[in-house]
Design a protein around this ligand. Structure first.
Ligand code: SME
Length: 158
């Protein structure tokens, strides 16, 4: 496909996701390289939503290691159970954190980050990484984000 995204603004968050998802599907379909696909997903999400930070951590040798992302430089390694990312990995569930200061053990890669959503990536029932999105606004993420971000990571053939 052409590498230009069509970005929609002034519509609901649902509509923004619905416009973006088929474009992400077209971008990654037929491409077997995981890093390439994770990189394009992070870039597409950043371009549509202008979030503070969006990217992936991948499980490597028993810890989460920073993968493709968009935003400021971030912590490179996260232990299982640590921070929101490590907790999402350990619990194998999506975590929505309206105020990171109220999440015990939150890892502040950037002081500007106020709220966060983390979704696990599964392969054969195992968590093989997480998608992490950070916002500089409190309570920025809700079940709508959880639903559509899950749809997006389900497009990955990981
Ligand atoms: N805040 C995350 C760490 C990753 S960065 O925000 C990019 C956490 O608590 O797991």
């Amino acid at each position: 496909m052409a590498e230009d995204l069509k970005i929609v603004t002034d519509v609901s968050k649902e509509e923004q996701y619905r416009s973006l998802i088929p474009q992400i599907q077209a971008l990654i379909s037929g491409e077997p390289d995981q890093v390439a696909n994770l990189a394009n997903i992070a870039a597409a999400l950043k371009e549509q939503f202008s979030w503070f930070w969006v990217g992936f951590y991948l499980v490597k040798n028993g810890e989460l290691v920073l993968g493709p992302f968009q935003g400021p430089v971030a912590c490179t390694r996260i232990q299982k159970g640590k921070g929101v990312c490590g907790a999402s990995w350990q619990r194998a569930e999506t975590l929505i954190v309206p105020d990171v200061e109220e999440f015990p053990g939150h890892i502040a890669c950037a002081a500007a980050s106020r709220s966060e959503i983390v979704l696990p990536l599964f392969k054969g029932g195992e968590v093989i990484g997480v998608l992490d999105v950070d916002s500089e606004y409190l309570s920025h993420f809700n079940e709508v984000d959880a639903k559509y971000l899950k749809e997006i990571i389900n497009l990955l053939d990981v």
